[in-house]
Write a protein that binds this ligand. Sequence first.
Ligand SMILES: [Zn+2]
Length: 422
Amino acid sequence: MIQKLSNKRLHLVVLIIVSAIGFGLGIYFGVAPSPKEDVSMQDLVPIDVEVEFPFQVKKNSTLFDTLLQLGFTGQDVHQLVQASKPHQNLNRILPTTRFALVDQNQDGKPEGLKFRFSAIDYLELTRTSTGAWVATPIQEKVETRMITFQGSVKSSLWESALEAQMDPALIVELTEIFAWQVDFNREVRQNDTWRLSVEQQVVKGHPAGWGRILAAEYMNDGRQYVGILFRHNGKDYGYFAPDGSSLRRMFLKSPMRFGRVSSRFSRNRFHPILKVGRPHLGVDYAAPVGTPIRTVGDGVVSFAGWSGGGGRVLKIRHNTTYETAYKHMSGFGPGIRVGARVSQGQIVGYVGSSGLSTGPHLHFEFYRNGSFVDPMSQKFPSSDPVPKELLPVFTGHVPVAVQTLPVGNSEATTGEREPSKN
Ligand SMILES: [Zn+2]
């Protein structure tokens, strides 16, 4: 089964690749922003939608004009917009939204309408015998099947997804599963390999979106990372290593999704501006002004303001042991002020060159019990493992989940299998 990309999605892919090039990033870079907002398969329209939903709101027209041309009265349009309000605001309907007319009576006057909003959802509007309009949201029957992909990195992780004919949204999902193990900004290597099994949603035989990745493996520079999704009694516990330990860590491996390390932690370094030997007690990430900075862990803002050579500085206290600092920023993220609670991965600021700085970069510091430590050499505590009482269930599930992975080899291939029980 080969996943075809719609024009819209290809456009998005090109856009992201172009912006990545614009960012001037390294050859291994290929990771796009989170799929949750930016890349959604939910809006992939099944292939037969044009037959089922032959009409479209034209680009330079309104729903009102479009429906008048189809024989509806102004009163009809007003009423059906009102009837739809609890479900969809038809006044804000996007051009190119597809719809169909249903139940035309003898004089050719349509008695009903169907608006298609996604591969799964549509809204049905029917005129009752009294002339009033009733809106009913309908969900297509969604079937789930399992599909597998695998690939190996030649030029970039992103390219490896395309070579495997896989939706790049899934490679982004994979990088999020292993975000605590691998810094996909700087640790991806040529010949790294990956495998995954994922639920595909199917409506009337057509792909309609993705469910969860069931199992995934990433081989990074010879080290193997495996993530197994654990669901039990309708609850989704997330991803765990095969031994039941969590893949999540207290801290992300990088405060930047985009950026490269331009200067490492060092206790003895020649300072480029002060021209003296001075330690560099942090890690520098070079990136364009405005690049989002994420907090590496949950915490509370302990400082947000100007601090001499550091320029615009943010400090976050994570617990009694750990604190992080982010310097030279051009601005703070929304809601950032002293005392604000932040959660891991939240955008807390933007790259700048404020204070004593040679160019746009983030200077990132880690403190343990008040002293500087090198974040790259720390072993941080893990998050919660599989709950003890469920460990036997999880342990029994691991071989089943691992079995769903395609047989590993370095060639990118795809395969399809029967869904397995979870
Ligand atoms: Zn620095």
